[in-house]
Design a binder for this molecule. Structure first.
Ligand code: HEC
Ligand code: HEC
Length: 435
């Protein structure tokens, strides 16, 4: 805990010092300006945002980011040409042909720095849907078989496009199918695309296994067994090779969160922290061959921070549930989005693999935002609990518990509420339904 407090404090002091002003936080325009133009500012903000300098995530950044004369600053900028995969490309893949990108396709960005908030958000949306994290041959494989594509959660909009899948000219000049943010962070609900909602039908493990079965690809048996257990809505986005998937989170309320990622890997003193995350995520996923123009990383961060959930079904207020929440839950779920500051993972008591992992571990778990929490199932960082009722039921703590999507056995930890009376739990859940 001491380290986290210190980390947050350093971040505040540093932002204030760099702002050259002791009393006022920098305006969004000032922050954008500094992030875009000042390598030392970026380096200092990066260092301040890394909660545990020893994990792989931090070490990679400390070794390569914001060094001006070496490391990632020397990578060329990449402004890709891409289009969303639509019916025409799908049909070509189905026939076994390789779709080509029209030479007239313009680069994603016209090179102009937006001058209004609307301009930043519009550009950020383009990046979210169209900037390829990397090529994804497995997606091309699935698109050649519409049924498989559907089974593994490659969702199609009513206009025939696949949000999150693009046809793009790769860095080496070859046209490929690639994936973007929207693949994991947008989902259809009642026919409409909800941007920011986790793609809970996306099943990468199943896709890899289907590919193995239909091709000469081999997968080591232990890995195959793990992939089969991944299940939908979970993905391994870490840099180590231990294949430990976590639940894809909804992107609601992140502007209120003091830390980013479920293990609280990144302290978020200002929107610069997310821009740094996005800039480095895009260049790493692209195998460190190119880096995104920083204007695009800033736009993407602004867009992600602006995402809000669509209105959910109406629920009557539950004043008793709210009072119970304030007494039993607010100490941690304390901010405007009902998330909060990361807490010691051992005190939470849920599975420790992510919190203590080498990749992003901090020893902490961050209370997630609870906006539209009814729709956020399965719950906890690993998606081990299917419903709110089960999350607060004492049954899931018992050895004979069979209800977890991850397999038989208890789901320990986060015991708050599980020892309350059935009436109190019902009132609490009625309140959670209103968030
Ligand atoms: C393959 C699926 C996948 C793709 C593609 C993907 N993400 Fe994620 N994202 C995840 C998962 C899984 C996590 C949870 C990681 C964690 O908490 O450790 C996550 C976490 C995040 C978070 C942190 C959320 C929080 O609760 O603190 C943000 C922000 C985010 N992603 C934005 C993006 C953006 C922007 C892109 C595109 C550049 C992107 N993601 C691409 C799967 C994905
Ligand atoms: C000591 C801090 C703490 C307290 C007290 C606490 N929580 Fe949490 N809560 C957390 C953390 C940390 C997580 C994430 C744990 C994980 O993913 O392993 C979490 C996760 C959750 C989730 C899962 C959300 C999701 O999207 O997966 C819900 C729902 C929740 N808490 C509700 C509550 C309610 C209701 C109470 C009171 C009865 C409560 N919490 C009390 C820290 C706390």
């Amino acid at each position: 805990m001491a380290r986290v407090r210190l980390g947050a404090l350093t971040a505040v002091v540093c932002v204030v010092a760099l702002a050259g002003c002791r009393c006022r936080a920098p305006t969004p325009e000032q922050e954008a300006q500094r992030y875009l133009t000042d390598a030392r500012f970026r380096r200092a903000a990066m260092e301040a945002s890394l909660v545990n300098p020893k994990n792989i995530y931090s070490r990679q950044r400390l070794d390569a980011y914001g060094l001006e004369t070496r490391g990632w600053d020397l990578l060329p900028e990449w402004n890709p040409r891409s289009i969303q995969v639509g019916a025409a490309q799908r049909a070509q893949l189905e026939r076994g042909a390789s779709p080509e990108l029209d030479d007239a396709t313009a680069p994603l960005w016209d090179g102009a720095t937006p001058t209004s908030r609307e301009g930043w958000l519009a550009l950020g949306q383009q990046v979210f849907f169209r900037y390829p994290l990397r090529s994804e041959p497995l997606a091309a494989f699935a698109l050649s078989q519409p049924e498989l594509a559907e089974q593994v959660g490659l969702e199609r909009s009513s206009d025939g496009t696949y949000p999150g899948l693009v046809l793009f000219r790769d860095v080496d000049g070859v046209t490929r199918v690639g994936l973007t943010c929207a693949l994991c962070h947008s989902a259809h609900e009642h026919g409409a695309l909800v941007v920011g909602a986790a793609r809970r039908h996306f099943d990468y493990g199943k896709l890899r296994l289907a590919h193995r079965d239909q091709s000469s690809a081999t997968i080591e048996p232990g890995l195959a067994a793990r992939l089969a257990r991944w299940g939908p809505g979970r993905a391994d986005v870490t840099e180590d090779d231990d294949e430990d998937p976590v639940a894809i989170p909804d992107l609601w309320g992140l502007a209120s969160q003091e830390a980013l990622t479920q293990a609280g890997t990144i302290a978020q003193a200002s929107p610069v922290a997310l821009a740094l995350r996005q800039e480095t995520q895009l260049l790493q996923s692209n195998h460190e061959r190119v880096r995104p123009p920083r204007v695009l990383a800033w736009a993407l961060a602004q867009y992600v921070l602006s995402l809000t959930p669509p209105p959910g079904p109406a629920h009557p207020p539950s004043p008793r549930g709210e009072a119970l929440f304030d007494r039993g839950c607010r100490s941690c779920h304390s901010n405007a989005a009902f998330g909060g500051k990361p807490v010691d993972a051992s005190a939470v008591g849920t599975d420790l693999a992510l919190a203590k992992g080498r990749a992003r571990g901090t020893g902490l778990y961050r209370p997630p935002a609870l906006l539209r929490v009814r729709q956020a199932a399965p719950y906890l960082h690993h998606g081990a609990v299917s419903t709110l009722e089960e999350l607060f039921s004492p049954a899931r703590l018992e050895p004979g518990y069979l209800g977890s999507p991850l397999g038989p056995g208890p789901v320990p930890g986060h015991r708050w509420g599980t020892d309350w009376s059935a009436d109190d739990r019902a009132a609490l859940i009625a309140y959670l339904d209103t968030l």
